[in-house]
Design a binder for this molecule. Structure first.
Ligand code: NAD
Ligand code: WQD
Length: 340
């Protein structure tokens, strides 16, 4: 039996493929490389010390999915494939709704056809309403998303809930990630944004390596300890382990269950910059700029439900995540490519 990983060449997918193999699972991965590189899969195979089937397909392509389900005895799916850039989703919303919703629908249709009813879905803290008190629990209010990307996750969650409701043998786990950072300790795989990064950590690391000149800190007047935004950063290896815990849980449970995957601890922008400077020994040039539209001051998870039910907790520190990111960035200044 195998775990089918969609978006397996991406940042979180690649680390999860590696963790699955390390824990003895058979992996089949698919990706269309719209936001990743084939080299990522090559390196996962190298790190794992074994090969696994990989298919370059678009998850929206039902006939391509047919072939995969026919060729591989699959008992569980992790669905990472999706577009994730918040700003881009505002500019090209239809592309986001098309990709993220139709891939999820095509996947579930194929699953139903081949009687594979266990799915772990990559959701996001972005589905929570901005007016909630912190920490966010799985019962906090959702919706009122500030961008189309967030709505695609909100809508996919609903599609999946309805699917699980329709037949008793579905087991669907919605994992709401907070802010994934870090890289595999080898420095061989990591986050490789195709354009100028939107997220803080890759912006910091590309500034440290000299690809970017100066980091803009979006807002220095928030009601936080140092005036900058606070987020819940979680090491991508911890996140990968969270998926394996979710798979184990799903073998014995049906219906839909939601879990936050976060550390439960908030770190400010300046706090992350300082941690990165300490880990790398590189000074990060930054300037305080205006607030970024749509941002909230503070966002962090209650990580209690995952601890109690999945027996999973984030273990790696911000310092380790910074050291691992720096190793990845300095060994691979241009990510998986040799140059820009
Ligand atoms: P990523 O872009 O690195 O990985 C996504 C992968 O999916 C990419 O390799 C891309 O090529 C592939 N893909 C996209 N659409 C596809 C399609 N139609 N068919 C086949 N492959 C397709 O992103 P990531 O950071 O690894 O995120 C993985 C998932 O987790 C995404 O669904 C994302 O929305 C979600 N998520 C990410 C974050 C984050 O901050 N990184 C936070 C919360 C949720
Ligand atoms: C973190 C903090 C910024 C960049 C986003 C998505 C969310 C999820 C994770 C997918 C904030 C500040 C950032 C910069 C900065 N992704 N910042 N300068 O906004 O918490 O969440 O990624 O699901 O949906 O919205 O993460 O890394 O963009 O920002 O000062 O150049 O860093 O204002 O306080 P965010 P981020």
């Amino acid at each position: 039996m195998a775990v089918l990983v969609t978006g397996g060449a991406g940042y979180i997918g690649s680390h999860t493929c590696l963790e699955l193999i390390a824990q003895g699972y058979n992996v089949v991965a698919v990706d269309n490389f719209c936001n990743s590189q084939p080299e990522s899969i090559t390196r996962v195979k190298e790190l794992a010390g074994k090969s696994f089937p990989f298919y370059e397909i678009d998850v929206r392509d039902e006939s391509a999915l047919d072939e995969i389900f026919k060729n591989h005895d699959t008992d569980c799916i992790i669905h990472f494939a999706g577009l994730k850039a918040v700003g881009e989703s505002v500019k090209v919303p239809l592309m986001y709704y098309n990709n993220n919703l139709l891939s999820t629908i095509a996947l579930c249709s194929a699953m139903k056809k081949y009687n594979v009813k266990r799915l772990i879905f990559s959701s996001s803290a972005t589905v929570y309403n901005g007016a909630n008190e912190m920490p966010l629990t799985e019962k906090s209010l959702t919706g009122g998303c500030t961008n189309p990307y967030g709505w695609t996750k909100f809508m996919c969650e609903q599609i999946l809930r309805d699917t699980a409701q329709s037949e008793q043998d579905w087991s669907i786990i919605l994992l709401r990630y907070f802010n994934p950072i870090g890289a595999h300790i080898s420095g061989m795989i990591g986050e490789d944004p195709s354009d100028t990064p939107n997220n803080l950590m890759p912006y910091i690391s590309q500034t440290a390596i000299g690809r970017l000149k100066c980091l803009s800190v979006y807002g220095g007047d928030y009601p936080t300890n140092d005036g900058t935004g606070v987020r819940d950063y979680i090491h991508v290896d911890d996140l990968a382990k969270g998926h394996v815990s979710a798979i184990k849980y799903s073998t014995a449970h049906t219906g839909t269950e939601v879990f936050n995957l976060g550390s439960g601890v908030g770190t400010s922008v300046l706090g992350l910059i300082t941690a990165f400077e300490t880990a790398s020994g590189v000074k990060i040039p930054y300037e305080i700029a205006g607030r970024r539209p749509g941002d909230i001051a503070v966002c962090y998870a209650s990580a209690e439900k995952a601890a109690e039910i999945l027996n999973w907790r984030a273990e790696k520190s911000i310092a380790e995540a910074c050291a691992d990111t720096w190793r990845w960035q300095s060994l691979n200044p241009y990510g998986f490519k040799n140059k820009l």
